[in-house]
Design a binder for this molecule. Structure first.
Ligand code: GTR
Length: 329
């Protein structure tokens, strides 16, 4: 994070903390601060904003949601910390960095743990998905998990083409901040570098990085494609669902009825995001191709085999859960 952004984050966080130190009374309006690394208009941001509008209407304006998009409150690691102290009230984040505070969710963060996106959706929509949300809520992480969102499949984008794991040799590739992901990249043959999302563009530009990995909407809206990463190798190595959570500090100040409203609108937000998500993957894939990005078909099995050790290492404590995931049709 740049110094300027650190200052901004601190300023925003103290403002937020100030707002929340006031008790929620029936007359005063309470601003719920929501945050996301994605820009306005991104499916996840839109779905949370709409959740806020519904909550505002249903409570006659008692609550108003204010969205801080585009990572203005920091990267996901910093935002998770702010949620934990109640400085951010609602956060949409990848499950990736959540795995560092709630290790159980790392099962979903493992490379190739889902056969494809349909499998991932069947899992998060079923009992296992609910169990994982409940684990987050019950953990000491001070986050109440409200729902899932789609994050599609993550594939590699690099300055030189990659077809097989051996092509990654010597390439520095940005991964999300969780040792599991650095291990994944190293197992695939490259050098995994953990870095916040907001720093990736300039690191690609200055040559600190040779590539990164993400889904098409993120690759496009972050502008990473315009920093020399012309090749998109369709490894689909990570299919990580995303979540949105409420700070436990905030949740505990809501009445039972308000909590029920938040839960109801969260279910709707989850469904709404999925529809928007599918449209945006199609739309941004077209945009990336139009901008000259070459989509490279690869033999996924080679990347699957290369990452067997990562699944063995991180999956060991959750063997039963992994069997249940595999059994979901
Ligand atoms: C995106 C995801 C974000 C963030 C980002 C990243 O796909 O939606 O939550 O995790 O990737 O790579 O940091």
């Amino acid at each position: 994070m740049t110094f300027r952004r650190q200052l901004l984050t601190l300023a925003m966080a103290s403002m937020a903390a100030f707002t929340l130190s006031a008790p929620l009374s029936a007359s005063a309006q309470t601003v719920l601060k929501a945050a996301d690394v994605h820009p306005p208009g991104y499916p996840n941001v839109v779905a949370i904003e709409n959740l806020g509008k519904k909550l505002e209407a249903a409570t006659n304006g008692k609550f108003k949601l204010q969205m801080f998009p585009s990572g203005v409150l920091g990267g996901e690691k910093e935002m998770i910390e702010q949620v934990q102290v109640g400085a951010i009230n609602i956060l949409r984040t990848s499950l990736g960095p959540v795995g560092t505070v709630v290790p159980e969710v790392n099962v979903f963060n493992m490379p190739f743990v889902f056969r494809n996106e349909a499998h991932m959706r069947a899992v998060i929509d079923g009992p296992i998905g609910q169990e994982l949300l409940d684990k987050i809520t019950a953990s000491p992480a001070k986050m109440v998990a409200l729902g899932w969102m789609d994050g599609g499949s993550r594939s590699l984008y690099t300055k030189k083409p990659v077809k097989v794991p051996g092509d990654l040799k010597g390439m520095k590739v940005r991964m999300m901040g969780n040792p599991l992901f650095v291990d994944t990249m190293n197992a695939m043959g490259g050098n995994g570098i953990a870095m916040g999302y907001g720093e990736v563009f300039s690191a690609l530009q200055t040559g600190v990085l040779d590539g990164a990995e993400n889904n098409p909407p993120s690759m496009y809206t972050s502008n990473h494609y315009s920093a020399g990463t012309k090749y998109y190798a369709q490894t689909n190595h990570l299919i990580i669902p995303e979540i949105f959570v409420m700070s436990r500090v905030t949740w505990d100040k809501l009445s039972k009825d308000e909590q029920a409203l938040v839960q109801k609108f969260s279910k709707e937000a989850q469904q709404e995001q999925r529809v928007l998500w599918d449209k945006s993957v199609a739309e941004y894939t077209v945009k990336l191709k139009a901008a000259g990005v070459e989509f490279v078909a690869v033999d996924q099995k080679a990347f699957y085999d290369a990452t067997a050790g990562v699944r063995a290492k991180y999956g060991a404590p959750y063997a039963d859960l992994i069997k249940r995931i595999e059994a979901v049709k």
